[in-house]
Design a binder for this molecule. Structure first.
Ligand code: NI
Length: 186
């Protein structure tokens, strides 16, 4: 099954997500459903708060799109349980980011180029690894979701203000998109 995507304005996107325990019920099913949701929305990464679950869980699949442009993503399909970025270094670089919770908004965002990431995989094996470039970028964006942060928070105040109209439309459910969404009731 697929979940509707929670968009800008939903409080769950602003919460700090809780860690997942090893005996979490139907975790594999949840992960499968998150992948299905990711694919039908044509995304690369999805964090559990985006489907309304305040949990530290991320699924990524960069293998299905744009392989020529981003060869680093060719074999990048992974589940991240309880991920934490413990170090960030390297030069800041700009990349044009989008987000399923912010439909039809794309902006250049500056982030550092290297991270150290700690996480558990789907079999609850612990990993502690360096990621660089586009892979680091995806995880920085997704781990932000687990901390209640959206990429628009990283923009200059003026740039962010220019998006106010679009953000208001999104939070009223008026964005033009081809996947199901949940937006605040008013
Ligand atoms: Ni996002």
């Amino acid at each position: 099954m697929t979940y509707p995507i929670h968009v800008y304005g939903m409080p769950v996107l602003r919460k700090k997500a809780a860690e997942i325990k090893k005996d979490h019920e139907e975790l594999n099913q949840l992960i499968d459903n998150m992948y299905e949701t990711l694919y039908q929305a044509d995304g690369i990464g999805l964090a559990a708060p985006q489907i309304g679950k305040s949990l530290r869980l991320i699924v990524v699949d960069g293998t299905t799109i744009n392989n020529e442009e981003d060869p680093e993503l060719k074999d990048f399909k992974k589940v991240f349980i309880n991920p934490y970025i413990t170090e960030e270094d390297g030069d800041e670089w700009e990349f044009n980011e989008g987000c399923l919770s912010l439909p039809n908004i794309r902006e250049d965002v500056k982030r550092k180029s290297r991270i150290r990431l700690q996480y558990y995989d789907q079999d609850f094996n612990f990993h502690n690894e360096h990621l660089e470039g586009i892979r680091a970028r995806i995880l920085q964006h997704e781990v932000d979701h687990l901390n209640g942060i959206l990429f628009i928070d990283k923009l200059q105040p003026l740039k962010k203000r220019l998006l106010n109209g679009k953000l208001r439309e999104i939070s009223k459910g008026k964005a033009e998109i081809n996947y199901k969404i949940v937006y605040p009731k008013r």
